[in-house]
Design a protein around this ligand. Structure first.
Ligand code: SAM
Length: 207
């Protein structure tokens, strides 16, 4: 939706984005994500954490999860830190780090999540991100994605056509991606996908 430069001003009103889920009838994907991860002692990484909209929900409800979020926008991270402090969350930290070059050891996370970030990554960054996610996930670990996704209903088709106007050109290619075929190449097997308003939750497991 925005370049790193424009996230500086965008971070101030980014959370208005949440309102789009009220327009759809299939539910809020962030709640689906929260439910899917579950409350267990899991080490969770949120890639492209932004203002921590999903990470705060997960860490706030799943108090046994330890969540770390990474992002390259200082402004988005500052907004995330303010919200984390306001809520007094001690199981969520955020760091300035690129998804393409993570400073984490191989197989260090039980769960990796990416919410509404990958659709705006240009293909080279997206591919490097998939490679890094596969590297830092433990064997049997799960990669959860919530993001915009095509669906058969008319409301979603119209919404995505309009939303594409505010997204970078790589958005169309992202929507057309075959998750099963594409992610198998990274050792990640698509086990489930669920529909939410204008979006889907994908569950991919590392072999
Ligand atoms: C649309 S926002 C999504 C934020 C949040 N995950 C959410 O659900 O609202 C995309 C985020 O990806 C971040 N981003 C862009 N390039 C990145 C990179 N190379 N590594 C990590 N984060 C990146 C942006 O700074 C931005 O905060």
């Amino acid at each position: 939706m925005a370049s790193n430069l424009s996230y500086k001003s965008f971070s101030k009103f980014y959370d208005i984005f949440e309102l789009i889920f009220l327009l759809g009838r299939k539910g809020n994907p962030r709640l689906g994500l929260l439910d899917a991860i579950g409350n267990a002692p899991l080490h969770v990484l949120d890639v492209g954490v932004g203002t921590a909209a999903s990470a705060i929900l997960v860490a706030g409800h799943n108090t046994q999860n330890h969540v770390v979020g990474i992002d390259t926008s200082a402004a988005m991270l500052a907004a995330a830190r303010r919200r984390i402090t306001q809520r007094g969350l001690t199981n969520l930290e955020v760091f300035n780090m690129s998804a393409a070059d993570m400073r984490y050891a191989d197989e260090s996370f039980d769960v990796v999540m990416a919410s509404f970030a990958l659709h705006e990554f240009e293909p080279p960054l997206r591919e490097k991100t998939f490679q890094e996610i596969s590297r830092v996930l433990k064997p049997g670990g799960i990669f959860y994605v919530i993001d915009f996704a095509p669906q058969d209903d008319r409301a979603t088709r119209i919404f995505l056509k309009l939303w594409a106007l505010v997204e970078p050109p790589c958005f169309a290619g992202f929507l057309a991606m075959d998750w099963h075929r594409h992610l198998t190449a990274y050792g990640l097997r698509l086990e489930d996908e669920r529909e939410y308003s204008f979006s889907k939750l994908y569950l991919l497991r590392k072999a």
